[in-house]
Write a protein that binds this ligand. Structure first.
Ligand code: B12
Length: 295
């Protein structure tokens, strides 16, 4: 449960706007605590954040107020699609073209422009993910050399890392530790997720790939982490994951959550995972979990 001040901080709306929207449009219905102050649920925070985003895109709050949570999410997706698909595709194309010609400075220029123009979630889902996937496909088809794949991965890693550092300077919310388990060297998705958490004000501790579970747990204890976020990309690592996660949780305080993301996380044998390990299917689920962390 969150106070109106915490909600204002988490959504970027002012306390006055929150009160006015509630009074005029009944957009959320917070409960009251013993002394009559408003208390909000994590779902309210997510709804309010979406409402802010939609109003910033020119939709009237009067019309938005009548939409369900799903309707609101669909509206945001739809308008994002129409407005920016052409722009994000152009960024991906330009970076690929520069990599094709081994022009790292041009790659970097296009990426920094994309970073300046797009909000972090969109940068990740509409530019970085399709870009890296296509680089992988071209490498598979023999159209890209290993050095071209490295050129793009290295630039992405450096810039997403810089964004993470910048957001992290002002991070005041609960600490989260990011890592991958032994043998998993894919880290760009994890780094992008850490950057998104930092952009929401969470203190991120990015340990990077390929760490023994006991080491991750030790670090998490030291920094009092509210959650440990892990990425699982390689399918053949999935078989070892239950035992590794068992070891990790055995060294963690009971209240520390364990989140699993990445393209192979959904294939993990869930019945074999320790109870507190949750697989996060997408960015929306990550956002929901973030809002449920202790303030
Ligand atoms: C770049 C890359 C590499 C780089 C990694 C560089 C780095 N520092 O990360 C290098 C060269 C090291 C590499 C090596 C290998 N790779 Co590789 N690689 C890729 C590639 C091209 C892109 C991956 C990527 O960064 N995607 C971009 C990110 C942003 O997307 P993402 O990982 O999906 O993450 C998103 C979500 O999943 C989510 N997410 C991810 N993690 C987390 C964590 C949390 C907590 C949350 C909430 C969300 C979340 O957020 C992200 C944004 O939405 C893919 C191709 C592809 N189709 O994906 C292959 C791919 C992943 N690689 C593959 C393979 C097989 C390998 C190698 C075995 C190749 C080899 N023969 O050596 C090695 C294994 C190395 C190892 N031991 O881990 C296969 C995996 C197949 C499978 N499913 O098992 C793929 C799919 C290529 C293919 N089509 O075969 N690879």
């Amino acid at each position: 449960m969150y106070s109106i001040k915490a909600v204002a901080q988490a959504t970027g709306l002012t306390v006055e706007t929150l009160r006015a929207w509630e009074r005029r449009y009944g957009i959320v219905a917070p409960n009251r605590d013993a002394s009559g102050r408003r208390v909000y649920r994590p779902e309210d925070v997510l709804r309010l954040r979406r409402l802010r985003e939609a109003t910033e895109r020119g939709h009237s709050i009067g019309r938005l107020a009548g939409l369900s949570d799903d309707g609101l999410a669909a509206l945001l997706n739809e308008s994002t699609d129409r407005r920016t698909r052409a722009t994000t595709n152009a960024f991906v194309e330009r970076i690929l073209e520069s990599a094709q010609r081994f022009r790292s400075a041009e790659c970097e220029q296009s990426l920094t422009l994309a970073i300046a123009m797009l909000p972090p979630p969109q940068l990740v889902s509409d530019v970085l993910q399709p870009l890296l996937r296509e680089v992988g496909e071209r490498w598979h088809r023999g159209e890209f050399a290993i050095s071209q794949e490295r050129l793009v991965s290295t630039i992405v890693r450096r810039h997403v890392g810089l964004m993470l550092d910048t957001y992290d300077r002002n991070a005041r919310r609960a600490p989260i530790v990011f890592a991958t388990l032994p043998g998993e060297r894919h880290e760009l998705g994890l780094l992008a997720s850490a950057m998104m958490c930092a952009s929401r004000g969470f203190k991120t501790h990015y340990l990077g790939p390929d760490l023994p579970p006991a080491e991750i747990a030790r670090f998490a204890r030291e920094v009092n982490a509210a959650a440990v976020a892990l990425s699982v990309v390689l399918q053949d690592r999935a078989a070892d994951a239950p035992a590794q996660l068992g070891e990790l949780v055995s060294h963690l305080p009971a209240e520390t959550a364990v989140w699993l993301g990445g393209s192979a996380a959904r294939d993990l044998p869930r019945e074999q995972l320790p109870a507190r390990c949750v697989v996060l299917a997408d960015g929306a689920e990550l956002e929901q979990r973030l809002e449920m962390l202790p303030a």
